[in-house]
Design a protein around this ligand. Structure first.
Ligand code: ZN
Length: 111
């Protein structure tokens, strides 16, 4: 397995940072960054950081290909999570003359 993957950001090679500059005087270029593959972004830890050097590069890629990305798993109806909502009147610990309503939303595990 290669020890790196080239960043998939569509504009990675256009960001003007010193670490992207390659070549000799008179023929310098901005080059796509390498994304190091190590124990933090391979195997079970594979994530966007396995393929992109930054959130900006991930966003550029996702925005360019958004229609194809959404087509992978279209959302035609909302998802729902069963919850309990409990409202409780609470007296402030710092000012006992002050009360407020605390709302607790807890997930109902109906598996
Ligand atoms: Zn990048």
């Amino acid at each position: 397995m290669s020890s790196h993957i080239w960043c998939h950001g569509t504009n990675c090679h256009k960001s003007r940072t010193q670490d992207r500059v390659r070549g000799s005087k008179g023929s310098k270029v901005l080059r796509t960054r390498k994304v190091k593959q190590d124990e933090w972004n391979t195997g079970d830890r594979r994530s966007m950081y396995s393929y992109f050097c930054s959130n900006g590069c991930y966003n550029d890629f996702a925005n360019k290909h958004i229609e194809r990305v959404i087509a992978i798993e279209p959302r035609t109806e909302p998802l729902e999570t069963p919850v309990d909502v409990v409202k409780e009147k609470v007296t402030s610990r710092w000012n006992t003359d002050h009360t407020y309503v605390e709302t607790r939303i807890t997930r109902v595990d109906n598996t």
